[in-house]
Design a protein around this ligand. Structure first.
Ligand code: FPP
Length: 246
């Protein structure tokens, strides 16, 4: 089925977030090393980013490396960091050509020097692009993000820069890594797992969840269009009744 032609471009999700999962299983099924699954995963990243830009999705966030992923074998962590650097170097042109701004969420002070430098460089060079924001979650964990948010707010209260009464959802939003992004409308996870894995816990409060069995290296823009088509055919009630909505 051609899902792209069936999409209502006036009702696109403002923010799509993806938990890219299944690189290791993809490699294992083929008898390859896990690293080749990650490498193949970069092709899926490229196609999905281009697919979002093609139809007009304004915000795409990819879970590239979690705070928990630091516990993987050193060789795998090093491979992922090297892939990040080589992908950034290779894809800056695609980002510029497509007017895409690169953004990052997570505790990037933990990244190796080279990866951090390359990342900040691409973020800076693409900072005035306006068609779409691509956010990479790197060394990201939602509980860590929320903890850091609490600390910043507590400090402001203790210094009397903020009153307790003034704390509301918008104040909390402003102290999260995602401060300039809209809430997630559609969260996709590949590989058949049905978990959130410490990803954007606050930001997915009203997101539609979509799980697919496709392993991340095999994921392509047509699969994304199918997920968005499915999203567009759901009724989002935000706590109201169907009758209230119509
Ligand atoms: C999950 O698969 C995937 C990751 C932990 C890393 C995702 C990274 C990439 C797609 C490549 C680099 C990304 C960028 C943005 C350049 P898994 O290893 O957990 O798979 P498994 O569950 O099958 O073992």
């Amino acid at each position: 089925m051609n899902y792209k032609d069936k999409l209502n471009l006036d009702k696109l999700p403002a923010h799509v977030a993806i938990i890219m999962d299944g690189n290791g299983r993809w490699a294992k099924q083929k008898g390859f090393l896990r690293a080749s699954g990650h490498k193949e995963g970069t092709k899926a990243v490229r196609d999905t980013v281009e697919g979002c830009a093609e139809i007009g999705v304004k915000n795409l966030t990819l879970y590239a490396f979690s705070t928990e992923n630091w516990n993987r074998p050193k060789l795998e962590v090093d491979t992922l960091m090297k892939l990040l650097v080589s992908s950034l170097k290779k894809e800056i042109k695609t980002l510029q050509d497509n007017n895409i701004r690169l953004n990052c969420i997570g505790n990037i002070s933990n990244l190796p020097k080279k990866a951090k430098k390359e990342l900040l460089d691409v973020i800076e060079k693409t900072s005035s692009n306006t068609r779409m924001t691509l956010t990479l979650a790197l060394s990201y964990g939602s509980r860590e993000e929320i903890t850091s948010c609490f600390k910043q707010i507590a400090e402001k209260v203790s210094k009397r820069e903020l009153s307790i009464e003034a704390i509301d959802e918008s104040v909390i939003n402003k102290h999260l890594y995602t401060q300039n992004l809209p809430d997630v409308d559609l969260l996709i996870r590949t590989s058949g797992e049905q978990r959130i894995s410490n990803f954007l816990l606050w930001q997915i409060a009203y997101a539609e969840l979509y799980f697919t069995k496709i392993l991340w290296p095999d994921y392509r823009r047509e699969d994304l269009f199918e997920a968005i088509y499915n999203y567009q055919n759901r009724e989002r009630r935000f706590g109201k009744t169907s009758e209230q909505l119509s």
